[in-house]
Design a protein around this ligand. Structure first.
Ligand code: SAH
Ligand code: SF4
Length: 366
């Protein structure tokens, strides 16, 4: 069958199986465009053409883990390590509050020591106090125990982002050291715990990893559907010179192709999980200057403007060519607003923009 005919036929189905997903991940030209159009239609229908902001605060680059792909892995000795002061965090949070962002994400390296856990708890209290409990707070601080997740939730965190990175166990193993601290099952377990504790639960993968196939990516999409995620953050893998995975850089797809593959993943995710929140991630913009806008057109509905103080940005280079490392929050803001409008969306100022899927899911189970 002609490719475009087959594409249309698959896109009309109610349920896409793994083979359908692999086929659509391989589309080019007219078929690729048909896929993007379908995702845009579903986005409009299910979540509307509204983009929600989450002010991103890259709290600290101190990390006890050693993921092979990540520029801030503990083993990278070339890096100066930092942790924002409470005042700096509050300043960023108040900026978000005053500019009507209504949500923030506190992200950083993973630490499981008591002093870190207590620090985050007290920060959550301070953030809520400074903003009249009015911000939707997302945490992205790696794997933690159930008790820690519970305490953070009790202190005001509503959402948690923990990417599975690669839902295929063997591929996951290749991307991480083979030890207890980097155990696939522990990561999975953490995701289930977050869901049990009724966090809005977000996950995602890197796209274009060495050794990754279209089958792996289709498996990731099936994993998201089976897990019934509320939110997703996915983007292209971008090599970083000071990491072990850099060794395999010759195996990578050209960046443009990695970017297109990421757009296809976003579009497919919107098609199969219609009402979730999907972020147009910074890594999309690192490859293509209008990458985030293209991601919005492919189905994303969340953007995370960076509120990290500029002096720390060089310290939080997870990958090469990360954009906006020398711009203060306000500068990014103006261009962002007009480019979002150019992509055909409005900004949901002053709205939490919670995952619709979360409420649909919770109501169904009651
Ligand atoms: N430490 C936490 C959160 C910070 S890292 C955690 O790991 O969950 C946030 C995300 O950055 C990771 O989930 C990973 O998917 C992404 N990341 C790390 N290195 C990357 C790279 N080289 N290219 C693209 N994304 C990367
Ligand atoms: Fe640490 Fe997260 Fe980077 Fe892994 S991906 S090294 S846990 S910051």
């Amino acid at each position: 069958m002609d490719n475009i005919l087959k594409t249309h036929k698959i896109l009309k189905k109610d349920f896409l199986n793994k083979d359908d997903l692999v086929f659509l991940l391989a589309t080019t030209g007219e078929s690729f465009q048909a896929l993007l159009d379908k995702a845009a239609e579903i986005k409009k229908h299910y979540v509307g053409n509204i983009v929600y902001y989450r002010g991103l605060i890259e709290y600290s680059n101190i990390c006890s883990k050693n993921c092979f792909y990540c520029g801030i892995r503990g083993g990278n000795k070339k890096l100066d390590r930092y942790q924002m002061t409470d005042d700096e965090v509050i300043e960023a949070v108040v900026f978000a509050y005053k500019n009507n962002y209504s949500s923030i994400v506190l992200q950083g390296g993973e630490r499981n020591d008591k002093s870190f856990i207590n620090k985050i708890t007290s920060l959550l209290q301070k953030i809520n106090k400074a903003t009249d409990n009015s911000l939707g707070i997302t945490l992205s601080l790696g794997e933690q125990t159930e008790e820690t997740f519970r305490i953070w939730k009790e202190n005001g965190a509503r959402r948690y982002l923990l990417r599975i990175e690669a839902s295929n166990r063997d591929l996951y193993r290749k991307m991480h050291p083979d030890n207890k601290k980097h155990d696939f099952d522990t990561r999975l377990e953490s995701l289930y715990t977050l869901k049990k504790l009724e966090y809005q639960t977000g996950t995602g993968v890197m796209i274009g990893l060495p050794f990754q196939t279209l089958e792996h990516l289709a498996q990731d999409l099936v994993f998201f559907r089976d897990f019934d995620i509320d939110m997703a953050g996915m983007g292209p893998y971008i090599e970083h010179e000071d990491t072990p995975l850099y060794h395999y850089k010759d195996l990578l797809l050209p960046r443009k192709e990695r970017f297109e593959l990421s757009l296809k993943m976003l579009a497919l995710l919107r098609i199969i999980l219609k009402d979730i929140n999907i972020a147009a991630t910074t890594a999309m913009q690192a490859i293509d200057p209008v990458g985030r806008e293209k991601a919005l057109k492919a189905g994303a509905n969340v953007i995370m403007p960076n509120l990290t103080p500029v002096k720390y940005r060089e310290g939080y280079l997870l990958y090469e060519d990360k954009p906006c490392t020398d711009e203060e929050a306000e500068h990014c803001l103006n261009c962002l607003e007009s480019s979002i409008r150019m992509a055909g969306d409005d900004i949901g100022y002053g709205k939490w923009g919670d995952s619709k899927h979360y409420f649909n899911r919770i109501n169904k189970s009651k």
